[in-house]
Design a protein around this ligand. Structure first.
Ligand SMILES: Cc1cc2nc3c(=O)[nH]c(=O)nc-3n(C[C@H](O)[C@H](O)[C@H](O)COP(=O)(O)OP(=O)(O)OC[C@H]3O[C@@H](n4cnc5c(N)ncnc54)[C@H](O)[C@@H]3O)c2cc1C
Length: 397
């Protein structure tokens, strides 16, 4: 083991992907200066490796980075096609390249130290954290660590699904898309035996759009499976795949599970991003929670407080998500039916705020009432029994 002296900092970001980049941008936005910051990641993220879609109120320093935004979205099931007006929210698309560039600029302005290494361990003695690299080499000693390294949950959940998808950035020779409107979810795709599938379309112009096929289910498809599904969905939209040029392909897998992601494993380590529970179990959406938590971290540091954000989602929402996942997994509720009811019986803005974890208990009740109640209730009972069985099986201590 090498005993070279570690770099001393106030804050170490372990992982500089989505969550780390948003923290750097927020520190800069809040004018935090004089804080000694280190970013430790074996990869310097840059360029295009993902596209974030999210909703929120317009305004804020990321707005100039958006590729597109829409006040209206479509939600389509075999039974109905709805056009939802999202005002005062809007649906937005942010590609990773400008986010990583913004983070790099923030890093320079903050005078942050960059350490290109994989972190293997964090030793927290309650007063600070020693960040270790390969062979246990001490890299950094930090007062606080924000850790967003991808990791499995603390223990398996009772429902462990994946949101897995492939998107094609397609270009057409003539106008084909309506850039004023995005397709949020289109459930007319063939539904898998176990799980839910849908397509969506995010147009950035009348001839350029991201078209995606997504499944919420236990297992990924083969390469061919995604391509077939995408070709099928394009056909469903009345588009001829042969008349389109695929400019980029985007694949992804996001956990959808009621498994726990501890956000504070030790006194001075805070987990952020997917590893810290920012991924909403019922939808896979993560971006808004990461953005919210990055802002809370920066506000806290600017005010001289510890960089500990509020949990990504209220506990009651995680419970409702566990129930919804279970109801979908056991087939008590069909996916298209579930979302049909949700959007039929609530204003779109309430559903979207609910999915972001931003609704009041009264609004939650309204959302709960609008979901298929009977099926959900028996899922709740199954959920409670599962919890109890899990607790009885776990050793005490
Ligand atoms: C293709 C794709 C599209 C997505 N689209 C959306 C979307 O539209 N809307 C939405 O809300 N969510 C979306 N998500 C989910 C989520 O927003 C992203 O996964 C997001 O990037 C999560 O941020 P993160 O910081 O948790 O993880 P990451 O962005 O994956 O960052 C983790 C970082 O940790 C680093 N790292 C790994 N190991 C180590 C180590 N040992 N030491 C130090 N650093 C390490 C990695 O190099 C990486 O930079 C998408 C995910 C993917 C994969």
């Amino acid at each position: 083991m090498n005993d070279s002296a570690p770099v001393d900092v106030d804050l170490a970001l372990v992982g500089g992907g989505g969550a780390g980049s948003l923290v750097l941008a927020a520190l800069d936005r809040h004018g935090v200066r004089g804080l000694r910051v280190a970013v430790v990641d074996p990869v310097r993220k840059h360029g295009q490796d993902r596209t974030w879609a999210f909703w929120g109120r317009p305004g804020g320093d990321l707005d100039p980075l958006l590729s597109a935004s829409w006040d209206q979205v479509e939600v389509t099931t075999p039974a109905r096609r709805r056009v939802l007006d999202l005002t005062p929210l809007r649906y937005a698309m942010l590609r990773s390249a400008p986010v990583y560039a913004r983070a790099a600029e923030a890093e320079r302005r903050l005078g942050a130290r960059r350490i290109d290494a994989a972190v293997t361990g964090l030793d927290d003695d309650g007063a600070g954290v020693l960040v270790r690299g390969a062979d246990g080499v001490p890299l950094v000693r930090a007062s606080w660590v924000l850790d967003s390294r991808p990791r499995p949950p603390a223990r398996p959940g009772r429902t462990s699904w994946l949101q897995h998808f492939r998107g094609w950035w397609v270009e057409s020779g003539g106008p084909l898309f309506d850039p004023a409107r995005a397709v949020l979810m289109d459930f007319r795709t063939p539904q898998p035996g176990r799980g839910v599938s849908f397509g969506y379309v995010l147009p950035v112009s009348d001839r350029y759009a991201l078209v995606e096929y997504t499944e919420f289910s236990p297992d990924r498809l083969t390469d061919d499976g995604y391509d077939r599904a995408l070709r099928g969905y394009l056909g469903r939209l009345g588009l001829d795949p042969a008349a389109l040029t695929v400019r980029e392909v985007e694949d992804g897998v996001i956990p959808m599970t009621d498994a726990p992601f501890p956000r504070r494993p030790s006194p001075r380590v805070v987990r952020l991003g997917t590893a810290g529970g920012a991924t909403r179990p019922s939808t896979g959406f993560t971006f808004s929670a990461m953005l919210r938590q990055a802002d809370q971290v920066a506000r806290a540091l600017a005010a001289g407080r510890p960089p500990v954000p509020a949990p990504a989602y209220p506990r009651r929402h995680l419970w409702m998500d566990a129930v919804a996942l279970r109801a979908l997994d056991t087939g008590r509720v069909g996916g298209p039916e579930f979302f049909d009811r949700l959007f039929d019986r609530n204003p779109a803005e309430r559903v979207l705020r609910f999915l972001d974890g931003d609704t009041s208990p009264g609004e939650d009740l309204a959302v709960m009432r609008s979901s298929p109640l009977l099926a959900m209730t028996s899922a709740v009972v199954g959920d409670a029994a599962g919890r109890l069985r899990g607790r009885l099986r776990r050793p005490a201590g």
